[in-house]
Write a protein that binds this ligand. Sequence first.
Ligand SMILES: *Cc1c(COP(=O)(O)O)cnc(C)c1O
Length: 380
Amino acid sequence: MNRFEQELCELKEKGSFRSIPSITHEGKYIIKDNQKLVNLSGNDYLGLATREDLLQQFKEETQGQFLPYSSSSSRLLTGNFPVYEQLESLIASSLQHEAGLLFNSGYHANIGILPAITTKRSLIVADKLVHASIIDGIRLSNAQFVRYRHNDNSHLLKILEKEAANYDEIFIVTESIFSMDGDVADLRFLVEIKKRFSNIYLYVDEANAIGVRGNNGYGIAEEQGVLADIDFLVGTFGKALASMGAYVACSNVMRDYLINTMRPLIFSTTLPPVTIAWSYFIFKQLPRFTHERKQLERLSILLRDIIAAKGISMPSESHIIPYIIGDNKACIDFALQLQKLGVYALPVRPPTVPIGTSRIRFSLSAAIAKEDIEATLSSL
Ligand SMILES: *Cc1c(COP(=O)(O)O)cnc(C)c1O
C-alpha cells in the first residue's frame, strides 16, 4: 500500500472517510437509492433555488439583454459588465456602505481579503470556530494570528488590551451565524469595542445570515442595527440567495485597495454575467421575502424545541441546528436511520468540527413544511 491508500484506509477505520453522494434532486427532495428524502442538509435557506415563478420572472425581466454564460476574463481585463457594477451599487446602498465588491465565491472572498489587507505587522484575532475558508485566508497571510474562545467577549477584550499597541492594525474576524453551531455573534459588542481603539478593523462573514435575518434580509448586522459599523461585511450568494458568488461591503478606499492587491480577484476569471444578473435579481427582492423568513423561523423553533426537550446540548439560535452525538460512527448510523425515515440530514465530523462533537447538522429551508418533518423528528 502506498501512503495515499494507507491514509484513506485510516480514514475509513476512524469513520472519517468522505465521498461525494450520488443523488438527484426534485425540488425540496433528494432522491437517493430510489428513496425520496426531505433535504435537511442544503443551504437553500429561503427555498428560492427551486422556485419556478422566480426563474420565469427572471427570464422575462432579462429578455433581450446580453448575459453570456462566461465573462471570459478577470474583471480587471475584459471581464467587467454593467450588471456587476449595478449589483455592487445595490449592495453598497442596501448594506449602508460606500462600496461593494464581488467575488467568485465566499471561499475566494475569505482566502483573498485577509492576505490582501494584512502585513506581518498586523494581528488577526479570530473566533475559535470561524469557517475553514477564513482559516485558509489567515494561513495565506503574513499576519500574526490568535484565536479567542468562541463568542467569548471578555477573552477577546483581554487580547485586544494586551496586543493593540504592538501592531499596526488589528483585524477582528468572526461569522455572524456560525456555520456549525448555528449560534450568533454579538456584533453590537464587537462594534463597541472596536471603537475604543484607533487601529482595529472588524471583519464579519454573514454567509449563513444574509437573506435570512433582519427586516430586509440584510443579515445579523441589520438585525442588531450595526450595518454601517462593520469595516468588511462579507456574504455569499451561494446559500439563501440561491446563486453563486460573494461580496464585501466596505469603504471606497478598501475597494480600491482590494482591486489592487487581492489575488483571487485579479488572477481568476470572474463569474458569468448571467449569474451576476440572477444574483442582482434576487438581492433586489430580499426585503420582500418576509413570508419565507417567517416560515424558516417557525421551523427552526420547532426543531430546536424538539432537540432541547431531549436534554441534548443545543447552542443554535438560528436555522442551522446541530444535533450533537459525539462519536463518528454513532453519528453516521444516526444519519442512516434518519434516511430510513425519509429525512436527508448529513453527519459532520472532525476536522470540520472539534473532536468528540460529531453531529447531524440540520440546516432548514423555508421550502419545507412543518408536516414534512414534525412526525419524523419527534419520533427520534
Ligand atoms: C459557506 C460558507 C462560506 C463559503 O461560501 P461559498 O460561497 O460557498 O464559497 C464562507 N464562510 C462561511 C461562514 C460559510 O458558511
